[in-house]
Design a protein around this ligand. Structure first.
Ligand code: BG6
Length: 520
């Protein structure tokens, strides 16, 4: 394929003018489960990036909350995490000052009395630093603690529902099926108003994910063809080369459908499919997303397939099968791959299949959305260039590369020059994020943390959305739980997944795009 590079000059990029940045009010951020990996690898580096960008308020404190009795070593550990995972120089002059604002409080998540101590400690820190009553509680614990933490915060008067000066941020997984998600929502909303609740889906923090809306609605030329009249089908892939990385016990209970499809992939789908929101405000955007999810009819069991990897070669390295992974049952039926075909029953999308697949230990790491357009009504050129890899004239394909090689490309047919015949060859018009805007060190949490501190819920999941998605996937999960998976493992690590996933598309004359991640 040939690439036509877009002309985007980095010097054309505008920065947010000084004084117009959105800066949250002073507050104390308490991170529950702070001794876990997420805090050190993602949250603290993201907070420091915000500090570097001048987006944190002058008076701000971070308090790690976990069971282990820790002292100053917590702040030291966070400093090391910021350097190692945030790409920050250890000698960065702002780092020393920043670390002075990190404290630690040891607490048993299910012990109400400990929360009285926490309240006193947070108030003490706030008074010492001249911070008002803004509190952000970030729950990064194991999911079974979400409900007790929320309940105890409420019981000790920390939910501040009157003044709405408290915010609770809840990590995934939000429930493990419809019933548990409903119950958790009930418990959370018994303490906090919905507009104080920020359910995180870290995919929404990714720049390329946010760019889907910009691409669709800041440009006039795509919207008229963004519908069933022009689009043949849509494929969304989240392929990973990693295995379960020591998270065996978690993954045994989760599996790919719960872990990635019902949340991250459904968010991607909604952004591709939603109607133009009337503004980029939480209520508008979330309402349109919900309409998409609600328009998806029950997914027939036949249209959902699962897989599990056996041993194989990934990136040239031999890897063990899922059942041989640490702390995984040798007869496990947890799926490490899932694919579904679904439809959206509304005027824009009726009859257009959406294919979603996610898997671990696949051939390549790539999260991409491919929008395949219909062929022209009449093909007057039928000669394929000898140099072309394809057998037939290829339809237009718009690919949104979420990660890695972030960018967007559009495939179209072009005449091969110098041949006397009208030979057609597919070429790509390619936009590359890094080439256009430079490399970003942001991990997505910067935007989400900032928005949570600002009280902007646009990029967070609403209770109704979470429940609608669970309602869609719970019947499949239940059916899978009832029936042993046949022929597991059914794909070799380092492949593109099980054969049944190919059949899912072949039934409609389609095939997965497996040349992912390629900068054409
Ligand atoms: C997490 C899942 O939510 O998303 C992981 O629990 C998965 O299993 C990860 O690996 C993928 O996220 P990313 O940002 O690496 O694509």
């Amino acid at each position: 394929m040939t690439t036509i590079q877009m002309n985007v000059r980095p010097e054309d990029l505008s920065q947010v003018p000084k004084g117009q940045e959105r800066i949250p009010e002073s507050g104390v951020l308490a991170i529950f489960g702070a001794s876990g990996d997420l805090t050190k690898r993602k949250l603290l580096p993201a907070l420091f990036h915000l500090e570097q960008a001048g987006l944190l308020p002058d008076r701000f404190a971070i308090v790690g909350v976990a069971r282990r009795p820790l002292g100053d070593e917590f702040a030291d550990d966070m400093r090391a995490g910021i350097v190692e995972f945030g790409g920050v120089e250890a000698s960065d002059p702002k780092l020393e000052q920043f670390v002075k604002n990190i404290g630690y409080f040891s607490l048993r998540f299910d012990n109400l009395d400990d929360y009285a101590g926490l309240k006193t400690e947070l108030d003490r820190i706030a008074a010492e630093k001249g911070i008002g009553d803004k509190r952000i509680f970030y729950l990064a614990t194991a999911p079974e603690y979400f409900a007790p933490i929320v309940e105890n915060l409420g019981a000790q008067g920390m939910a501040e529902t009157e003044r709405r000066s408290a915010t609770v941020v809840i990590e995934k997984p939000f429930g493990h099926d419809l019933e548990s998600a409903r119950e958790l929502n009930r418990q959370v909303n018994a303490v906090f108003h919905e507009n104080q609740v920020f359910r995180i889906d870290h995919y929404l923090g990714k720049e390329t994910v946010q760019n889907i809306l910009v691409f669709r609605f800041a440009n006039g030329i795509f919207e008229p063809i963004w519908n069933r009249n022009y689009i043949d089908h849509v494929q969304i892939t989240a392929a990973e080369t990693l295995g379960v990385e020591g998270r065996g016990p978690f993954y045994e209970k989760a599996g790919a459908l719960r872990d990635v499809v019902q949340n991250h992939m459904m968010e991607l789908l909604s952004l591709v499919a939603l109607e133009p929101p009337s503004s980029f405000e939480a209520e508008s955007v979330r309402r349109e997303k919900l309409k998409v999810w609600r328009a998806i009819p029950t997914i027939p069991l036949l249209n959902a397939v699962r897989g599990q990897y056996g041993a194989g070669l990934v990136n040239g390295q031999h890897v063990v099968g899922y059942r041989e992974e640490e702390r995984v049952s040798p007869t496990s039926d947890s799926e490490t791959f899932a694919a579904v075909r679904l439809e959206i029953e509304n005027w824009r999308w009726a009859g257009v299949p959406f294919y979603l697949r996610a898997g671990k230990r696949l051939k390549k790491r790539a999260t991409e959305i491919s929008i395949q357009f219909k062929q022209p009504p009449l093909l007057i050129f039928d000669r394929i260039a000898a140099s072309s890899a394809c057998q037939v004239i290829q339809p237009n394909l718009l690919t949104i590369r979420i990660q890695p090689d972030e960018g967007i490309s559009l495939r179209f047919g072009a005449k091969v020059p110098t041949t006397p015949e009208m030979d057609v060859c597919p070429v790509n018009m390619d936009f590359d994020y890094e080439a256009a805007f430079g490399k970003s060190s942001a991990n997505g949490y910067e935007r989400l943390l900032l928005d949570a501190m600002l009280g902007d819920q646009t990029l967070f999941s609403h209770r109704d959305g979470v429940e609608t998605n669970w309602a869609l996937y719970t019947p499949i999960l239940e059916a899978w739980a009832e029936k042993n998976a046949e022929k597991f493992p059914n794909y070799v690590a380092g492949s593109w997944g099980p054969e049944c996933a190919d059949h899912l598309l072949a039934r409609r004359g389609h095939a997965w795009r497996n040349d992912l991640g390629r900068k054409a």
